[in-house]
Design a protein around this ligand. Structure first.
Ligand code: S3P
Length: 458
């Protein structure tokens, strides 16, 4: 049901300690790999938003048992590499691009015939970027004439006969495309290499290693600055395994959800700590960006979880801001935080450019257009370019009250809620039900940190 938020200016800065739900990207991958592991995998702290539910329902449809002994724990009864059953009906991936793309790779590799569908937004998003490289590897996937869902996997190919090394060179920097190929390659009988134009999030590589698969990559140490200087194209090399060994997996807190709370601290002049937050270096470019803007960013209690993912308690304290442009190799490493980068640019005095971000047009909404729409509603001086945005911030004291419709995009709804905290009067955000896609507890978290939010059915 459609939901409206009305957010009044907070009485003071947003401050406090809070945890966030499990990382959405890690959860998708952990569920899929656990499904084909040889036995039970216990997931602790998995994400439970609608996108992750789509993956959970999908593996159940493929004949995989899922238990929830207590809240916060999911046990996946893995059926082994060759145990997935052909689904009786099309698999509905809902709003989740990661479900559709990674599952397409997994099912194609496993030779399980299936059709994948999705909601209106997902049905507009490109799927040929998955089907083409997988078909080049000898698999058989078909997409609609527009290159979108429905996507059909046919079991024509027998991956077990593929004994020669193969190499896929990606045209687009996409962790989803990389992961789809890695998942399909589990079924080859030879080494597979994936070469990326830029480093993208490496959760698949880390989780595959956690399940005992031999995966080497050229870039697991990289920070965005060094990525730009790296002359060798990043690559991943996977050796096909006999089986995936199940184990207990801890899912880190989702930095892309935390980003909204950390930005709320900056917008209101406060200080927020997110405990147990994932700080994988292929995801932390937003923290680097906050630092470059002038916020104070501190990581404490760093440790590495059993999923191979580093976590820490992340504190962001507001400071005087100066503009900072982003582009190039940093973009894939903060792709989901770019609406927040644009919003924070409005608080800085001077011009900020976001370049090389054409991929944003292909997300849950055309995020260059919808982010521009939010900034315009805030009466910020800004314009869209073909591949990005230019924002001319006035600095200082916020913006007038605004009304905004997130039009089904969860990250735009949350970005608008953060923007509302910097407005001089109550703001209205429609389409807030979409927040459940990734972060069902978001409004509660904002309130716990000191925001005034009223929710109603619109
Ligand atoms: C994701 C990768 C990113 C990101 C998406 C989740 C993933 O997409 O925007 O929210 O889990 O692999 P692309 O890899 O297609 O850029």
């Amino acid at each position: 049901m459609a939901e409206r938020l009305v957010i009044a200016p907070p009485h003071g800065p947003l401050s406090g300690n809070i945890s966030v739900p499990g990382d959405k990207s890690v959860t998708h991958r952990a569920l899929m790999l656990a499904a084909i592991a040889q036995g039970d995998t216990e997931l602790r702290g998995a994400g439970e938003g609608a996108d992750n539910q789509s993956t959970l329902a999908a593996i159940e449809q493929l004949g995989v048992g899922v238990l929830r002994p207590v809240p916060g724990i999911i046990v996946v009864r893995g059926v082994g590499l060759y145990g997935l059953k052909r689904p009786q009906r099309p698999i509905d991936c809902g709003n989740s691009g990661t479900t559709a793309r990674l599952l397409a790779g997994l099912l194609a590799g496993a030779g399980v015939e299936a059709t994948l569908t999705g909601d209106e937004s997902l049905s507009r998003r490109p799927m040929a970027r998955i089907a083409d490289p997988l078909n080049d590897l000898g698999l058989s996937l078909q997409v609609s004439s527009r290159g979108t869902l429905p996507l059909t996997v046919r079991s024509a190919a027998d991956m077990a006969r593929q004994l020669e090394p193969a190499r896929a060179v990606l045209r687009v920097a996409s962790a989803q495309v990389k992961s789809a190929i890695l998942f399909a390659s589990l079924y080859r009988r030879a080494v597979t290499e994936v070469v990326e134009p830029e480093v993208t999030r490496d959760h698949s590589e880390r989780l595959l290693r956690a399940f005992g698969v031999r995966v080497a990559s050229s870039h697991h140490y990289l920070q965005p600055q060094t990525a730009a200087a790296d002359a060798v194209a990043p690559f991943v090399r996977l050796e096909s395994p006999e089986l995936l060994r199940p184990r207990l997996l801890e899912v880190p807190g989702d930095l892309s959800s935390a980003a909204f709370l950390l930005a709320a601290a900056v917008v209101t002049g406060g200080k927020v700590t997110v405990t147990g937050c994932g700080v994988n270096p292929t995801r932390t470019a937003f923290l680097t960006h906050l630092q470059q803007l002038g916020a104070r960013v501190t990581l404490r209690r760093n440790r590495v979880t059993t999923s191979g993912e580093p976590v820490a308690d992340v504190t962001v304290a507001a400071g005087p801001l100066k503009p900072r442009s982003v582009g190039g190799a940093a973009i894939p490493l903060l792709i989901d935080e770019l609406p927040l980068v644009a919003l924070l640019a409005a608080l800085c005095e001077g011009e900020t450019r976001i370049d090389d971000a054409g991929e944003l047009r292909l997300k849950e909404s055309d995020r260059l257009a919808t982010t521009l729409g939010l900034l315009k509603a805030m009466q910020v001086d800004c314009e869209a370019t073909e591949q990005g945005l230019i924002v001319r911030g006035r600095g200082g004291s916020g913006w007038p009250a605004f009304a905004f419709d997130a039009a089904g995009d969860h990250r735009l709804a949350m970005a608008a809620a953060v923007a509302a905290l910097g407005a001089t009067g109550p703001c209205t955000i429609d389409g807030a039900e979409s927040i459940n896609v990734s972060y069902p507890g978001f409004v509660g978290a904002l309130i716990a940190l000191g925001a005034h939010v009223e929710r109603s059915q619109a």
